[in-house]
Design a protein around this ligand. Sequence first.
Ligand SMILES: Cc1cc2nc3c(=O)[nH]c(=O)nc-3n(C[C@H](O)[C@H](O)[C@H](O)COP(=O)(O)OP(=O)(O)OC[C@H]3O[C@@H](n4cnc5c(N)ncnc54)[C@H](O)[C@@H]3O)c2cc1C
Length: 567
Amino acid sequence: MSRFVQPVPPPVDPYAGDGLLRSWLERHLGPAGHAAAKGRLADLAADVAGPLRAAHADAEAHPPTLVRYDPWGARVDRIDTSAGWQAQRAAAARHAVVALPYLPDARGTWGAAARVAQHALLHLYGPESATFSCPVAMADGAAALLSLPEVDNGVREAWLPRLISTDPAVAITSGQWMTESQGGSDLGRSSTIGRPAVDGSWRLTGEKWFCSAADAAMAVALARPEGSGRGSRVLAPFLVPRYAVDSPLAHGLAPGAPAPGVTVHRLKDKLGTRALPTAEIGLHDAYAVPLGDPAVPGLVRAMTLVVVTRVHNAAAAAGGMRRGLAYARAYADVRHVAGGALSSSPLHRATLGTLAVDAAGAFALAGHAFALLGRVEVGADPEAAAELRIVAPLAKLATGRLAVSSASEYVESFGGAGYVEDTGVPRLLRDAQVLPIWEGTTNVLSLDVLRALTREDAGAPLLARLAAAVDLARPLSPVLADTLASAAAQLDDTITSVTADPGSPTVLAGARGLALRLAYALTTALLVEHAAWGDEQAALAARLWARRWLRHEEIAEDAHHHLDLLC
Ligand SMILES: Cc1cc2nc3c(=O)[nH]c(=O)nc-3n(C[C@H](O)[C@H](O)[C@H](O)COP(=O)(O)OP(=O)(O)OC[C@H]3O[C@@H](n4cnc5c(N)ncnc54)[C@H](O)[C@@H]3O)c2cc1C
């Protein structure tokens, strides 16, 4: 008797096969703008389905190693990475996943919507990147920080062109050294000290506990300028060069030699993101240059970077959800159960359809955050800035949670094979779990949302968007419009009451619930907006999302019937 071997579906084209992505681009970039992006997107999609899948597998199979000493005993603290990781690095540069929104021709073509085009690249690139999407996010954050007018021109000119280079031989990425063992969320406890040196540069001394992309050529480190006092506001961002790339590190070091004062204690042994080197790093009088005037409280400057990495996190969550869905759907077509294809089972179709609704919502949230970011950067749109203040944490927290619950379902949808390492499926779940943790856990972001609501009136732009969406929803579905109107009214009441007593234990205990309700209502509004533009899939997703997340209803029957439209 011959042994049964399960056929494996070929990889789907992540651009051609994603109707929501394409219609989103058609709406936000316009037909001509979308046409201008198609070549880039198709090229990246082809790479993702081919060489980058292989590079991804190689990087996962060969995690980074720390080489502390050279053969003669000299301390080198070198991090060796796999060929797959290097291929991901080169692809990120070549496909401009960091660079795009900074490139003059991209800004000329798409204006503020260059960030929308970049989000599309990230949506395609991230899931098969072996989490090179993390250094990409931090490089983008560092580039945004270096672009601020407060940053010294010489520093900007030395580093920004490399961060946004599309030449793999020139491009660099950046780390981001904030977390210390006594506090990741509680930055006020940071104890790394910055002292000015005679030449205008600074020296940093302290311990950084979680430093991802530890192989990057530079890092942005938070440090407390000596004498600046306690708390988190005064913490200032500094650029720490890791290696002697030509200038501006004036140590007389040979190119590629490690900068003095930086010790890599060890690499973390992590649940997921295994190809990504995350290190514990000690700084002892490490050379650094300030990003902005260290005498001016610097946390606000550093938030420029944090907002960028938070929206990247949302993009990674939404991209991973979409790719997991595509895998699970394709597998259901080839796997047979109970005498037929798994994809003909009403129950399995309902499971996939429900996941598709969540994936659509996450995509809209991430996409909206990128659209706002673009409007802030190009044209300094104050309305977009006010909305981004609350949308960035909301998008990050809601998509992070959805990514984990969805990844668990994707693994389960492969049955036992989903639990077996070399199918590549288990890492969907492992890698998803970092998304609600880093750059602010759900609770920490919920408190940030509460601060934004009570101190910065950040509810106003959100409630205005919800009100406009109620009008747009009316012709699509009166029930949908009523559901959204009722959610908006309840949120308005809650915001009024929390603002009256923001520090009460009841308000603090309810912060996560409030943030999630805000995110679910916002997502409904975003799907309604896309539906009102004419997207049928978004219209269905909006109705089902609102029933699932605003009314807490079972949507299995509709999800089963309409699976083909949903994904
Ligand atoms: C894979 C990975 C990569 C990372 N890479 C980097 C990096 O490159 N650079 C970097 O700087 N950091 C990095 N981090 C660290 C990450 O940002 C922190 O772990 C995260 O911010 C949480 O901080 P913490 O670990 O100190 O946890 P804690 O802040 O101690 O959190 C513990 C728990 O307390 C909760 N909590 C904390 N504060 C409050 C509060 N005020 N109210 C209610 N609940 C609260 C949290 O939600 C959490 O559940 C990385 C982490 C991981 C897992």
